[in-house]
Design a protein around this ligand. Structure first.
Ligand code: FRU
Length: 670
């Protein structure tokens, strides 16, 4: 699936849920139909304005695009008179005798303007919009707190522009939810409290985001620039969004940094502190920040016909405002779709180095059109001043976009520096680099084993010498949210020797401690008996650390919000969100250990032959670190069940197990 086009919320989900619960269909007789709009008028509903006409629609109205998804032959639509017509349609009063109100909705998504409202005591207590799709899909309100009260439904069209209409049908009260209850917060979008808004993963206030860009630390701030569509929830209009943080966990979004221009929209790239003022951009006492980005020519009307080129921009006010260099582009088009420059200072050769993703024609392979196929590789350019770039080498293996390239000491030994080159899907090589050419000493290795990590970039110039990686968690779904997509949680990278060769280790940065709210669970059991242990952790924001010696147990599962992360003893494998991750009991020297004090002492020793799992659970994502981060897997999900955590041990007792569950605070408020 194209990660730019995450599948929309599927109406079929509601049906699946009803069947899975084994009750939705059987109990249909208990449902109470409020309105079905099958007649020749609106029944007892009261209309204001003109938009709803005199009667239900039987299909698309004049000039309307085709409408599907309604029940029976009729539904209501406010497209009588087109988008510019307005009005309301309000139901007679009815009693909330059952907990859930389900209905079908389509049309515009303007909060408060194209919506279905529920009113109790004259106040709007729930509101849902369409999703800029004519076809109707199921939505459900949980009205449990108003049980027994009188309510009205009001269908509103107060919008006059594009998508200024609403479609609705089939209002039913029921004691089962047809879909997960509707969650849009009609409040301000910078409130960050919406039900599907990650609480400790970065999201844009509003609109689409993808790759992290320009990760740089300067003047006490971590900068996070990001691929952003300020105008919509889908990919497009690529702009560099900008956020800053003191500690990489609580972010403040600032004004956009780089806006599209006639050379193109602003694709991915990097940022550096030009400490020696090699580019001559510095105007004050402090060094200038320089961003190196791809101008994606041809992706906008303003840049029609232009190729992709590499450009630079600078800032002398801590990244608050940016000036594009008058001599742009600094690297003209060299191949096909060249992009994603990741520049860093290579001290031994006193040069800037730029790994760049380049599409090269492959004469050995023909594409469907009979022309040479394109292979994507990484070119290394060098420069003394960020302006003049010279090709130094070409890494011949194919790799995904967004090359990343950092140096790490093997087993913490600064005398054994190794370089890691990766592509956007996380596949990587480990080897050596002389300032011009990268020579791998490993085969291609897999990166994140989950479903949702992509286009990672690293902070590689931190004062404390850590190298910290940030993913885009691509492909997550956020139905009806003002934002779309989230970043991963920052992880510290290290390199560890294993019998198979050097391996990359990922571990959440210790700054996560800023978000610790309470310890919900801290158990050390010898043994932990087989069975289901409810850990009584009813929070949607958790940091869970589990270690167990498997003994005779056949499987050990962490059950989170109804999802099972199951470790299988026979296969030495963890299955999470439908994917399998190799994970065998390991020596205590493998991977990282907890950064935090636990009741049995801050420097407790790990057990040999144990399986270790750490899970960062946010409202709509889970990041799993196996055996101290020697494997990592990132997932996005739409929660199916309320917060809960259980440990399910099957086939035998665990000789030893310990589990710590910490509740986290939201990162969006102090
Ligand atoms: C990776 C990517 C980059 C490109 C950017 C555009 O996700 O395709 O190669 O620069 O996204 O948004």
């Amino acid at each position: 699936m194209d990660p730019r086009r995450p599948a929309r919320f599927l109406p079929a989900f509601g049906l699946a849920l009803a069947i899975a619960s084994g009750s939705g269909l059987l109990r249909a007789s208990a449902d109470q139909l409020i309105a079905d709009f099958e007649g020749s008028n609106h029944g007892g509903w009261t209309a204001t304005g003109t938009a709803f006409g005199d009667a239900p629609a039987k299909g698309m109205l004049p000039e309307q695009a085709p409408v599907g998804g309604f029940r029976g032959n009729g539904f209501v639509s406010s497209f009588h008179g087109g988008d510019k017509a307005t009005g309301t349609l309000t139901s007679p009063e009815f009693e909330l005798s059952l907990r859930y109100l389900s209905f079908l909705i389509g049309g515009g998504e303007e909060v408060g303007k194209t919506c279905v409202d529920v009113l109790v005591d004259g106040q709007v207590v729930r509101s849902a919009t369409g999703r800029e799709e004519e076809s109707l899909t199921t939505a459900t309100f949980d009205l449990g707190e108003f049980a027994g009260k009188k309510a009205r439904i009001r269908i509103v069209d107060a919008a006059t522009g594009g998508w200024g209409h609403i479609n609705a049908d089939h209002f039913v009260l029921s004691d089962t939810a047809a879909t997960p209850p509707y969650v849009q917060d009609p409040g301000p979008v910078d409130d960050y409290s919406e039900a599907l808004r990650p609480q400790f993963h970065f999201t844009a206030k509003k609109g689409w985001l993808n790759d992290p860009n320009g990760l740089v630390f300067f003047g006490g701030e971590y900068h996070l620039f990001f691929q952003h569509n300020p105008q919509g929830r889908e990919w497009g209009n690529m702009t560099w969004g900008h956020a800053v943080s003191d500690e990489m966990v609580r972010w403040t979004q600032l004004d956009h940094a780089l806006l599209p221009d006639t050379l193109g929209t602003m694709f991915s790239g990097s940022a550096v502190v030009d400490r020696d003022d090699t580019a001559g951009f510095k105007t004050g006492a402090a060094p200038a920040l320089v961003a190196i980005y791809t101008a994606a020519g041809g992706t906008s009307d303003a840049s029609k016909g232009r190729p992709f080129t590499q450009c630079i921009a600078f800032s002398n006010d801590k990244g608050r405002t940016w000036t594009k260099y008058a001599g742009n582009p600094v690297l003209k088009n060299v191949g096909e779709g060249d992009r994603d420059p990741k520049v860093f200072w290579h001290a031994p050769t006193q040069r800037w180095v730029m790994p760049l993703y380049v599409g090269e024609k492959d004469p050995a392979k023909l594409g469907k059109d009979g022309k040479p196929a394109i292979r994507h590789v990484c070119h290394f350019y060098t420069s003394p001043d960020l302006k003049a770039w010279t090709l130094a080498s070409k890494f011949p293996e194919e790799l995904y976009e967004c090359p990343g390239f950092v140096a790490l000491p093997l087993d913490g030994d600064p005398g054994q520096l190794r370089w890691i080159l990766w592509g956007a899907n996380g596949e990587h090589w480990i080897g050596v680099f002389d300032g011009r050419e990268f020579k791998p000493s490993t085969p291609k290795l897999k990166g994140d084993l989950g479903a949702n990590a992509y286009a990672a970039q690293a902070y590689d110039d931190l004062p404390d010498k850590r190298v910290v990686l940030l993913n885009w968690m691509n492909g997550g779904k956020y139905p009806r949210m003002p934002f779309n997509q989230q970043m991963g949680f920052p992880v510290e990278l290290s390199l560890q020797s294993t019998p198979e060769g050097p391996r990359l280790v990922k571990w959440p940065v210790k700054e996560i401690g800023h978000l610790f709210k309470s310890v919900l669970r801290d158990d050390l059991k010898r043994p932990m008996p087989a069975g289901r242990h409810d850990l009584k952790a009813r929070s949607d924001l958790l940091d869970i650390e589990l270690e167990f010696v498997p003994g005779e147990a056949k499987s050990v599962a962490l059950e989170l919000r109804g999802e099972r992360l199951t470790w299988d003893a026979a296969a030495n494998e963890l299955t999470a969100f439908g994917r399998k991750i190799p994970l065998a009991p390991a020596k205590k020297t493998v991977g990282r250990r907890s950064d935090f004090a636990r009741p049995w002492g801050p420097d407790f020793d790990l057990w040999d032959g144990s399986v270790r799992l750490r899970v960062l659970l946010d409202r709509t994502s889970a990041e799993i670190f196996g055996n101290g981060g020697i494997v990592a897997a990132s997932y996005c999900f739409v929660p199916k069940a309320p917060p809960s955590v259980a440990l399910v041990v099957e086939g035998g007792d665990l000789p030893k197990a310990r589990v710590t569950v910490r509740e986290l605070k939201t990162s969006w408020r102090p």
